[in-house]
Design a protein around this ligand. Structure first.
Ligand SMILES: C[S@@+](CC[C@H](N)C(=O)[O-])C[C@H]1O[C@@H](n2cnc3c(N)ncnc32)[C@H](O)[C@@H]1O
Length: 250
């Protein structure tokens, strides 16, 4: 008898960002394969009866290769188990989802995918900014922050009328900013690096593009970090007078 696989996003950071649907799947799972970004507050909810398999990176090396992860999903599902593949953030964003879907579909193993809160959403919430604004920032460009990709797309990124989001780019803030500045992105464009978004130990740093190129921002934690750049991040003081006038009426 075939079991099934649920691939689910645990959200970023602490358990607060876990959806109720994913929480239910955790409680019903026979086997859970989980990544390094899954916090202890979530692991603590894994049932004692379930097999817990850590497949993330520790000390720079992967506990499991992607092939081993897929083999394990298949093995446990074919043994009739209810398997949960739990990923940080959302499973559709930089999370090797395609190869897992392909393998499970090819074998006819029942699959359900449950979304999670992605890091960029938690980062925007931490910063108390929107990622889009009406009229001005109407697009979001999500990039993996790798140097080659940025060099190839820097011109379009510098002229993009929206918010640029760089996953896995926290170590390359200055390089990314320098590349964008060289292609004409304005020196005063707001930028932010958010580390450990969605956690009690979140660290936020804001800067302009020129400050970023000058290395004014550097990693302050060893946790995951995400870089956001764009006008939507501008915290405007222009409206303050109007809001004070409004509040004065009450
Ligand atoms: C392999 S990607 C996984 C992204 C994940 N699937 C998501 O939707 O958030 C890992 C990268 O996501 C970002 N990230 C994940 N969790 C984060 C967090 N809590 N705070 C800031 N960035 C985070 C970092 O850029 C990290 O290098």
């Amino acid at each position: 008898m075939k079991g099934n696989v649920v691939i689910a996003g645990a959200g970023p950071g602490e358990i607060d960002h876990l959806t109720i649907g994913v929480f239910r799947e955790i409680k019903q799972a026979d086997v859970i394969l989980y990544d390094a970004l899954i916090r202890d507050s979530i692991v603590a909810e894994f049932p004692e009866s379930c097999e817990q398999i850590f497949v993330g990176k520790r000390c720079g090396t992967h506990a499991y290769t992607q092939t081993m992860i897929i083999a394990s999903l298949i093995e446990h599902a074919l043994a009739g188990k209810r398997v949960l593949r739990l990923k940080g953030g959302d499973p559709s964003i930089f999370a090797h989802l395609a190869s897992e879907i392909d393998a499970l579909h090819a074998l006819g193993i029942p699959l359900k995918i449950l979304p999670g809160v992605s890091a960029m959403l938690a980062a925007a919430a931490e910063l108390q900014v929107p990622l889009t604004t009406r009229g001005q920032s109407r697009h979001i460009w999500v990039s993996d922050g790798h140097a080659d990709d940025i060099a190839d797309n820097a011109e379009q990124m510098a002229n993009f009328s929206g918010t640029l989001v760089f996953y896995m780019g926290a170590e390359r803030c200055a390089t990314i900013a320098t590349c964008l500045a060289a292609h004409g992105l304005g020196a005063s464009t707001p930028c932010a690096l958010v580390e450990n978004a969605g956690s009690h130990d979140a660290v936020l740093q804001r800067a302009t593009l020129s400050e970023l190129t000058a290395h004014r921002i550097a990693r302050l934690t060893s946790g995951p970090g995400i870089l956001l750049i764009g006008e939507a991040l501008r915290t405007s003081n222009d409206h303050n007078k109007a809001y004070h006038a409004l509040a004065a009426q009450f």
